[in-house]
Design a protein around this ligand. Sequence first.
Ligand SMILES: [Fe+2]
Length: 436
Amino acid sequence: MRLLNAMQTWECESFLQTNIILLISSLLLVSVVSSMPVSANSQISEVSGPYVTNTGQSSAFVNWISGEESSFKLFYDDELNYTKMAGYSKILEKPDYNPAACLYRAELSGLVPDTVYHYKITGEGFESGDCTFRTFPKSGGFSFVVIGDTHASGGTGDGNYIRSLLASEISGQEPLFVIFTGDMVSEGLDVSGWDEFFNEMSPVLRNSSVFTSPGNHEDNSTLYYDYFGYPEWYSFECGDSSFYSLDSNENACPLMDLQNDWIEESLPGNNNLKFVYFHHPPYSSDKRHPGGWKNIRDQWSGYFSRYSVDAVFSGHVHAYEHYFSDLTHYLITGTGGGNLYALSDEKPEGYLKSSPGVYGYLRIDVLDNGKTALCEFVPVILSEKTSEINQKPVNEYGDRFEINSCFENSLSRKMSDILGIFPGDIPQSPEKIRSY
Ligand SMILES: [Fe+2]
């Protein structure tokens, strides 16, 4: 009995001690948690993405961001198998994980060129549903989209709505890939802004591939480089065409010699079509920067001319503009959701078209011959009609034109170099700017 009482007393004391310890622990935990900065994880919705990067003929990266660590799995298969088996035969169980960015990345290799792949992500309590992307063709035709300045900074609060609408419109076009020319978000260091971007652009991001160049609003942040995995400047091939991403931001100035050496090394080549993209437009009638970014023009237009670049895509100015100088098309598509800019009536040399006051994107269809591309600026919504879903502006806001590889003209360029004629003196062939 005494023993029992002693045991009961000990149990009682032990019970009290345990509860006091638990109470103190809880109080300490609450105080520690409340004094901690808000972690990156808490700003991310369950899963952002998936989205596909670095796609080539036989490989691609599937990426997603999750605030919760989980044993994610990636299921995938080519379309033929997926349809036949009504599911996926391949599984990737251990994607790479970058804890600083809460980023998961799975590399798919050994893929077949020009083939649609189905994939889905599963985690604890999460399933992405079926998504698709297509590997790049060795040659022949393909379509891609260019869009810039999707940062939803609109004072009207419509930026997010516009971005979502554009995403669904672009998704309907089923482009092989989408090029973002920078300013995807308002603040490159703001995790929640990225979360919104990935979720609102999801209709297009999950069923296509993504290539990016940094804008000033990306703030040269490590998040930007982590999320997409592309360096400041890089190139890729698709079919017979070559693509080059450059960094036109201020932070890249000290590295300009390095970048120019890379351009000098990379741009020459015999590819049929060459496309370059970066954030700041060399030509523009933006009222705040009359003429455009002449420093960038001085730096790079000589390379574009010498190495037969067919088109240069930029953003930064929130409007559509089209210039044609020395056989190169200069296009601005900063029309992805940020407040639209007013343009001046005074246009720099080479002006062909502008569409202020309209949101939209550029669609490019490279034809099977690999030497011709049909380009169209697709106006989606007028700035004053943002509340009217799917209100298409009249066609006058659009722009349709054809690009023929200026590599074909390289001989005449070389001849002109030999004869001492300046590139601007070469007569511009009318078919280079023919509308279709
Ligand atoms: Fe912008």
